[in-house]
Write a protein that binds this ligand. Sequence first.
Ligand SMILES: [Zn+2]
Ligand SMILES: [Zn+2]
Length: 273
Amino acid sequence: MSPPPRVCLLTRHAKGPAVAPALAAVGFALETIDGFDTDTLGTFSGEVERQGSMRDAALAKARLACELGGCRYGLGSEGSFGGDPFLGMSGWGRELLVWWDAEAGYAVEGFAQGPETNWRALEVADVDAARRFADAVGFPGHGILVGRPGEAWFDKACDTLDTLVARVEQGLAAGAGPVALQTDMRAHRNPTRMRMISRAASALSSRLSTPCPACAAPGFGPVAPVPGAPCEACGAPTHVPRAERRACPRCGHEQLHALAHRAPPERCDQCNP
Ligand SMILES: [Zn+2]
Ligand SMILES: [Zn+2]
């Protein structure tokens, strides 16, 4: 038996254990490359601006992993955080994992999102507010960035409440106003984010376990919902999906997969304008 194919991942943030089991389940041996500073491709703390979309960034990392690892398969991981898509009141995390086949020249994606994130930022004018923030975001199990890049009290590595408070005091003593605090979203300092990366890896693995019915390449799966499910009261087409478009990322083969359900009248523009 030949050894399982290698898949390379660039990470200085210890993402390996979060993705290795899901990749092993579809026959890949994960190899992490930690010699490359992925922070040069963009940081969450704003020192380096990320170029392009989340997908562009993850794909660029996956291709780079193939090059640097001398490997046919590469993985790139990228996260983004913001307000929830409903009211924007609470945090929302998104994690994308892109698998790249350098020989066949195509990518397969795994995506996870949800409210499970401690993403938060606050400007504090006293140490008590800093202590409350630390408590609320799960510090020191989860990291906090103190200050902004360029400020003398900027600290990406503080790991005790004493150090955190000392940095905040230093910032306040400088007389430049409140001190900025934000959760550290780097995976190794954020176990909540690490769990969402695992979910993206599971999504990728189920995608990779589905071969295209036309060309047999791994990665066949849903790409877009097709709206138009009939209203169960009046029969008019609604915005609720009636089908799901599934496609092969390698050869472009597509199938329309019907979803059996009808839409409730509350989702119908005729019955519930
Ligand atoms: Zn195909
Ligand atoms: Zn209706």
